[in-house]
Design a protein around this ligand. Structure first.
Ligand code: DOR
Ligand code: ZN
Length: 348
């Protein structure tokens, strides 16, 4: 049995670091685990300009120790008014790595998202031309569609057409949750990839109602039936370069989760690699964790692999009930549970 696992330092291809006091609380958790991360732009107001992204990047770096060795990769939040010139300039200047498409009202802070994707054609054409990645929250917002079906319906109604019309555009279908998404991405052209979160590998929808209503298992896209979890797991451990790590760590202060209308989002950053290691271990696929966590994403984005290493060790680690203090405290994924792996820091 493998008791220690050394990997090339991994990246997180989808994370919410927030801003202000929450940024100060959570940034170090991501930087401890990952060399780089794709930073979601759904702040209030959203990050839509090169200047806003450059300023946000500076705030992220300022929230970390100088020797953190962490690179935030910034994204531009697409709105109906998105400007191809501004986006291309940001990409050219090394500020924007990718654009993020939220269908309007699909999730937290997506009110400024896109109402009609056809209005984005000039932007998408330019992104295709310059080789810029499009990250998609792939759920329809049509309230007549059952919430558990919104990802599968998005693939049929929107994604298939997009991939057809923009055959060279690099697209990441983010945080996939269904058998339909796993199959679609596996069979799609090489320009289409997907990220996978720890929670969608570990939870099915029973977790939402386990002895009562469980706000800390609620995220969007919502966790699905067991058969979908198993399909997403199979994709993650398949070794296919189309699937890679994206935690979607999305912290909300405890009071914003535990209320009448609780926010969507699971804060998994503190033990993310340990979560993934548990899954790959259970699937007898520890030898594929490095590809998923440290290689496939960088290859897809056309970025160099990281040089450093991290080491995971088999150990009984209990996850704290809370991270942070007072009103700002956040309940982490696996709170109070024991995970069978520990990330050694720094790597020996
Ligand atoms: O659960 C989620 N939380 N899903 C998202 O798409 C957004 C995120 C957030 O920002 O809280
Ligand atoms: Zn997200």
């Amino acid at each position: 049995m493998t008791d220690r696992l050394t990997l090339r330092r991994p990246d997180d291809w989808h994370v919410h670091l927030r801003d202000g006091a929450m940024l100060e609380l959570v940034a170090g958790h991501t930087a401890r685990q990952f060399a780089r991360a794709i930073i979601m732009p759904n702040l209030t107001p959203p990050v839509t300009t090169v200047q806003a992204a450059a300023d946000y990047r500076a705030r992220i770096l300022a929230a970390l120790p100088a020797d953190a060795g962490f690179t935030p990769l910034m994204t531009c939040y697409l709105t109906d008014d998105a400007d191809a010139g501004e986006i291309a300039r940001g990409h050219g200047e090394g500020v924007f790595t990718a654009c993020k498409l939220y269908p309007a009202h699909a999730t937290t802070n997506s009110a400024h998202g896109v109402t009609d994707i056809r209005g984005l054609w000039p932007v998408l054409e330019r992104m295709q031309e310059i080789g810029m990645v499009l990250c998609i929250h792939g759920e329809v917002t049509d309230r007549s569609v059952d919430i558990f079906d919104r990802e599968a319906v998005f693939i049929e109604r929107t994604l298939e057409g997009l991939v057809r019309d923009f055959p060279a555009l690099k697209i990441v279908l983010e945080h996939i949750t269904t058998a339909q998404a796993a199959q679609y991405v596996a069979e799609a052209p090489a320009t289409v990839a997907a990220t996978i979160t720890p929670q969608h590998l570990l939870l099915n929808r029973n977790a939402l109602f386990d002895g009562g209503l469980r706000p800390h298992a609620y995220c969007l896209p919502v966790v699905k039936r067991e058969r979908h979890r198993l399909a997403v797991r199979a994709a993650a451990v398949s070794g296919s370069p189309k699937f890679f790590l994206g935690t979607d760590s999305a912290p909300h202060a405890i009071g914003r989760k535990e209320q009448d209308c609780g926010c969507a989002g699971i804060f998994n950053a503190p033990f993310a690699l340990e979560s993934y290691a548990r899954v790959f271990d259970e699937e007898g696929a520890l030898d594929r964790l490095e590809g998923f966590a440290s290689e496939h994403g960088a290859h897809f984005y056309g970025l160099p692999l990281n040089e450093g290493k991290v080491t995971l060790e088999r150990a009984e680690v209990t996850v704290p009930a809370l991270v942070g203090e007072g009103e700002l405290s956040v309940v982490p994924f696996h709170a109070g549970e024991t995970i069978g792996w520990r990330l050694l820091s720094p790597s020996p």
